[in-house]
Design a protein around this ligand. Structure first.
Ligand SMILES: NC(=O)c1ccc[n+]([C@@H]2O[C@H](COP(=O)([O-])OP(=O)(O)OC[C@H]3O[C@@H](n4cnc5c(N)ncnc54)[C@H](O)[C@@H]3O)[C@@H](O)[C@H]2O)c1
Length: 258
């Protein structure tokens, strides 16, 4: 409790899934949280739930991370209500899983617009203030696809590799100004994104079972388990962790062969 007392945090894609879990954990730790989400209704519902559950301060702002001006507006609205943003979590992301040679140009652009441009748009909206104040923590939600490849998932891993590159580059660029930029690489986490992928397979139950069988811990992760790591990286308990990535996958990416 209170590990983020007096901090202001902005979480993108916070209406549901991992983003909602991070927003909840942050509020529980005392942060005022801006939920910057494409779907305003979901964001407002989640913001109200979080406030009721934690007694924390929340603000829902309709945001499209693919649009620089939209992210900038969310930051400005958040700062007007709560004050300068201390913590940014670039969480909004989409799965675009294609075969490289049949993928359309639109699939390629859609993937990069959300999964990589979206992260950069978040960073550049908060960095000037953080650099000026000499303090800040940015947490980018990457993926185990940031360093592992599953055939047929193109170009998602290309964008997610880019998120690690962006994290490392910006982490070094502003380290001397005490602005830390880190990433979290979740493995399989139980969210709507994962359920949608299972449901898109010919036999969803078999696909789910196959996923579980591949996990060393024989289960997939919970959004709250990613959120705990986000709290740690965002807080003053990680002052010397920078340009780094923490994997939260139950050990799955350490396995060489099944
Ligand atoms: N679920 C997993 O297994 C898993 C694994 C590794 C990484 N991730 C990453 O974690 C992040 C969150 O995933 P999730 O599983 O919670 O997904 P989710 O689909 O459940 O939630 C994503 C949220 O982002 C919002 N969003 C989508 N596009 C947006 C945009 N342009 N602007 C603002 N908000 C937008 C959606 O409306 C939704 O509320 C993503 O970056 C994803 O790539 C997820």
């Amino acid at each position: 409790m209170n590990r983020l007392q007096r901090k202001v945090a902005l979480v993108t894609g916070a209406g549901r899934g991992i983003g909602a879990a991070i927003a909840t954990a942050f509020a529980r730790e005392g942060a005022a949280v801006v939920l910057a989400e494409l779907d305003l209704e979901t964001a407002q519902r989640t913001a109200a739930d979080i406030a009721a559950q934690t007694g924390g301060q929340t603000l829902a702002v309709q945001t499209d991370v693919t649009q620089r001006a939209s992210v900038q507006r969310a930051v400005s609205e958040g700062e007007k209500v709560f004050g300068p943003i201390d913590v940014l979590v670039n969480n909004a992301g989409i799965n675009v899983f294609c075969d490289p040679l049949t993928m359309t140009d639109d699939d390629w652009r859609r993937c990069f617009a959300v999964d990589l441009d979206g992260v950069w748009n978040g960073c550049r909206a908060v960095l000037p203030g953080m650099v000026e104040r000499g303090a800040g923590s940015i947490v980018n939600i990457a993926s185990t696809h940031s360093f592992k490849i599953i055939p047929g998932c193109f170009p998602y891993p290309v964008a997610k590799h880019g998120v690690i590159g962006l994290t490392r580059a910006l982490g070094i660029e502003y380290a001397a100004r005490n602005v830390r930029v880190n990433a979290i690489a979740p493995g399989y986490i139980e969210t709507q994104l994962t359920r949608d992928w299972w449901n898109g397979q010919t036999d969803p139950a078999a696909a789910q079972q196959a996923t579980l069988d591949l996990q060393p811990m024989k289960r997939i992760g919970k959004p709250e388990e990613v959120a705990m790591t986000a709290v740690f990286l965002a807080s003053d308990e990680a002052p010397f962790i920078n340009a780094s990535c923490i994997t939260v996958d139950g050990g799955r990416s350490a396995v060489y062969h099944d």
